[in-house]
Write a protein that binds this ligand. Structure first.
Ligand code: ADP
Ligand code: MG
Length: 336
């Protein structure tokens, strides 16, 4: 038995995109490594601005798209070589919560249908009373009551209620991991904290781990155990969330953190930094640091090769920047 719930090793995903100069490969994710232990359950935040590869990572972990190279290993099993039964089990153990859960509701069915179809599909209960009890328990965990929501249609719910119901639905299936792609970005700022609280509760009381994907550093600060900050498909910096946000080391992350007064959860990070015009930076095959064009501390060597992750502390804080080249190189890139 593996000690690790999820291991992502040297994951690279490229997409073909049509451009004016013909088809180009866009590198959405490059040599990405991450591992989540089986216990204790943890919330791992993946943060980065739009286009940094967050959704690509979520889709890869959910099995909706395939790696170009690398491996995703769940409980010791490489999912690319899983058989049908293993894949079915994987799809139960790894659940998704999306930014806009409207898409997963059928507008013509009442909310109770979401739950009854899950119970029937996964054969979670047979008697009417047992089904009802299961639904109430799941709603209770996310702070809702059946009488308030079950008879309603999706459009009659608030964004916060819809997200809670998605969390309750995921919880019911008894997963080990929930991949939550921007789950609060369409929810009113005043309700965001309560949904983050649901995630913390599911982690602490039920033992469910999360891949929490966000473009917003302030919610990451409130919730996350570990954070990975992506820049154009590569890890700029990772480590304990509080350490990384309180003392960022990568020049990109320093700019990000400076742009947001972190303790105020109402102020969003998006829009503070202007996206680079150079999408070709990620498509071209040049070897250097992707942040070079925007970096206030760039050096000539940054154009020559991409910096590895250097250790900042002895635990897990690492930054991909030559400013730290006197430090040891982290050995996250695992040999396969
Ligand atoms: P994020 O979720 O951080 O905004 P994405 O993972 O959606 O980032 O996108 C990362 C990069 O991959 C972007 O440059 C995007 O244009 C490209 N990309 C994502 N999905 C596709 C796709 N299906 N086809 C082509 N390019 C894609
Ligand atoms: Mg996205």
């Amino acid at each position: 038995m593996s000690e690790m719930l999820l291991e992502i090793r040297n994951a690279t995903k490229t997409y073909k995109q049509r451009g004016t100069k013909g088809d180009q490969d866009v590198i959405a994710l490059q040599n990405f490594n991450l591992s989540i232990p089986k216990s204790p359950a943890s919330i791992i935040t993946i943060a980065g601005e739009s286009g940094s590869g967050k959704t690509t990572l979520a889709q890869l972990v959910l099995g909706f798209t395939h790696l170009t190279s690398g491996q995703i290993i769940f409980d010791g099993q490489d999912i690319s070589s899983a058989d049908a039964a293993q894949m079915k089990d994987y799809r139960r153990q790894v659940q998704a919560v999306f930014q806009d859960p409207f898409g997963v509701y059928n507008p013509f069915y009442r909310v109770e249908h979401v739950f009854s179809s899950i119970i029937n599909n996964f054969k979670l209960a047979t008697s009417k009373d047992a089904k009802r009890a299961l639904i109430e328990q799941a709603l209770n965990i996310v702070g809702l009551r059946g009488e308030d929501v079950l008879r309603k249609y999706p459009h009659q719910l608030s964004g916060g209620q819809r997200q809670r119901i998605m969390m309750a639905r995921a919880y019911m299936i008894n997963p080990k991991l929930i991949v939550a792609d921007e789950p609060v970005s369409m929810v009113d700022a005043s309700l965001r904290a309560s949904i983050l609280d649901v995630m913390i509760r599911l982690k602490e009381e039920i033992g469910i781990s999360f891949l929490y994907i966000t473009h917003d550093l302030s919610t990451a600060y409130q919730i996350g155990d570990q954070i990975y900050i992506l820049y154009q498909g590569t890890i700029a910096e990772k480590g304990n969330t509080i350490h990384v946000i309180d003392e960022p080391k990568h020049p990109y992350v320093q700019l990000l953190v400076d742009s947001v007064p972190v303790p105020d959860p109402n102020i969003k990070w998006e829009g503070e930094i202007v996206l680079p015009p150079e999408e070709e930076m990620r498509t071209s095959v040049h070897a250097g640091c992707r942040f070079y064009p925007r970096c206030p501390k760039r050096m000539d060597r940054c154009l020559v090769s991409q910096p590895p992750l250097y250790k900042i502390d002895e635990i897990d804080h690492q930054a991909s920047c030559f400013l730290y080249d006197q430090n040891e190189v982290a050995t996250t890139a695992q040999k396969v």
